[in-house]
Write a protein that binds this ligand. Structure first.
Ligand SMILES: Cc1cc2nc3c(=O)[nH]c(=O)nc-3n(C[C@H](O)[C@H](O)[C@H](O)COP(=O)(O)OP(=O)(O)OC[C@H]3O[C@@H](n4cnc5c(N)ncnc54)[C@H](O)[C@@H]3O)c2cc1C
Length: 470
């Protein structure tokens, strides 16, 4: 039976485009989420939409579940097979199909790497705005599935604000086109599919928005002794009516990590927090905004604040910030990234509560975040070789998300729910609200063959919550 399925898949995509040996399959047992693993039954590499459709038809006819996968950089376990699913890898579908400068749009295949799009259109002064820190590796298909964000999404919006149309292979193999023309009437299906984490079908083509590069960009670096002052400066900047292109923050432990990493800036030891604040737009207004930002930081007791003196300095600051997750390897053998969202104004209080969680579990927590939109990334440092420490890290992460929910925030800003935060969905949704979402999923994926066991909590957990809430 097993050989028969592999033979059928190989007949569709060619034998060299199917992996079925254990030693090949283990490479696909996890993504960027390191806590759980599962070996797939096979990995298939289609090259065209027709091949994706034929593979999906073959699998669904035999009731075999499957998972779409891009570059595997997801941080919530969305591409991890928990029940021996077949992985459909989109990495061979990596063409830039069309660039339409006149209408400011591009058409790409799902395996096209994020940064390559900006690079491909830079010569005409355009770029693709969503810029996850993983943008050198992650695919635009994966970005659409996770509704990825990035440092510059504060001003320009996340992936959903830049997707105009999709080609989708439904879980029964049918191919449909969604959106793609201006002002589509009816339901916003592109909006529903963006962020659906591969549970509604496989995206095989995307039409995305291109933006003109701003006339001028300037970046300010502000160093604070106290994280509270930096947090208050974040709210003050927005309250002053400035919408920076990016407003990023790192706390003391995060600074320790990035300074030991590959791109140190030379921050002094014992610094409480740094803010990286970028403004862009027409040249005329930039200087005034920079002056206002520097004034706000001074009123909040900044130790040192300055605008980048040239492009090289600005790049140095950004490289330092963008390597923050990886740099945690200099502080700890393992780390778990969390991804909560809070109202900006609650930042000082939430940081205090995160410190209390860190003490409770005896684990260091570094904070790196898109402060402007309240998207926190607490990095919980642990050592999986120490018995019980992994469980503690997972529980500490869940406690952090509970805090985010308590203050009116969300359990994920950009990394998705995947398998990691399924149970935490009950922190922000009632059973009825979860059921409603499941009904929407079932319209697209009625037999739950496409990326099963993702996003939604186990039914028993929902019942517990209902009982608890009466
Ligand atoms: C160092 C590091 C930094 C990161 N920084 C950021 C950041 O700043 N912002 C951010 O948002 N994320 C960030 N991430 C997370 C990750 O890069 C994003 O979630 C990214 O969008 C995943 O893309 P991928 O191609 O790796 O997808 P994968 O990990 O392969 O898949 C992710 C999910 O998408 C589904 N999927 C993939 N392709 C398709 C498709 N064609 N059709 C349907 N479903 C599909 C999969 O089933 C899975 O559920 C970071 C990750 C790392 C490791």
């Amino acid at each position: 039976m097993e050989d028969e399925l592999i033979t059928q898949l190989a007949a569709i995509v060619g034998p060299e485009a199917v992996l079925s040996k254990y030693e090949d399959l283990v490479t696909y047992e996890c993504d960027g989420y390191v806590i759980q693993r599962g070996v797939p039954r096979a990995v298939v590499f289609p090259s065209t939409t027709e091949e994706v459709s034929a593979v999906v038809k073959c699998l669904s006819a035999q009731n075999v579940p499957f998972i779409p996968r891009g570059a595997g950089t997801g941080l919530s376990g969305g591409a991890i097979p928990l029940g021996g699913e077949v992985i459909i890898s989109l990495v061979r579908m990596r063409k830039l199909l069309e660039v339409d400068f006149e209408n400011r749009r591009a058409v790409v295949q799902p395996g096209f790497v994020n940064l390559k799009l900006s690079n491909a259109v830079a010569h005409r002064g355009y770029y693709y705005a969503p810029d996850p820190s993983s943008q050198r590796t992650c695919t635009i298909g994966g970005n659409v599935a996770e509704n990825a964000g990035g440092a510059h999404c504060l001003k320009y919006g996340v992936t959903t604000n830049h997707v105009l149309g999709l080609e989708l292979v439904l879980p029964d193999g049918e191919v449909v086109d969604i959106g793609g023309v201006p002002d589509v009437p009816g339901y916003d299906l592109v909006g529903i599919l963006t962020g659906s984490e591969g549970t509604m079908g496989i995206v095989t083509k995307m039409t995305v928005r291109l933006l003109k590069k701003p006339e001028q960009v300037q970046t300010v670096l502000a160093q604070f002794d106290r994280v509270e002052d930096a947090s208050r400066a974040v709210s003050d900047i927005i309250a002053a009516g400035i919408i920076p292109a990016a407003l990023e923050m790192m706390d003391e432990i995060a600074i320790e990590g990035v300074e030991a990493g590959n791109y140190p800036v030379g921050y002094p030891k014992g610094l409480g927090a740094v803010l990286l604040i970028e403004v862009d737009g027409i040249a005329a207004g930039i200087e005034d905004q920079i002056r206002q930002i520097i004034d706000v930081c001074k009123r909040r007791n900044v130790r040192e604040v300055k605008a980048a003196s040239d492009e090289a300095e600005r790049t140095r600051w950004w490289n330092n910030r963008k390597q923050a997750f990886g740099a945690m390897g200099t502080l700890s053998p393992d780390y778990l990234v969390q991804d909560g969202v809070i109202p900006r104004s609650r930042l000082p209080e939430v940081l205090e509560r995160i410190t209390a969680i860190s003490r409770k579990y005896g684990l260091r927590i570094a904070n790196v975040f898109h402060a402007g939109d309240g998207n926190l990334h607490p990095l919980i440092l642990f050592d999986s070789r120490v018995p019980g420490e992994t469980e503690k890290a997972v529980q500490a992460g869940s406690d952090v998300l509970q805090v985010c929910a308590d203050v009116g925030g969300s359990i994920t800003g950009e990394h998705g729910v995947g398998i990691e935060k399924r149970e935490e969905m009950t922190y922000i949704f009632s059973r009825e609200e979860i059921d409603l979402q499941l009904k929407v999923r079932d319209v697209f994926n009625p037999h739950n063959l496409c990326n099963p066991d993702k996003i939604f909590p186990s039914p028993s957990r929902c019942v517990e919550v209902r009982r608890a809430s009466g």
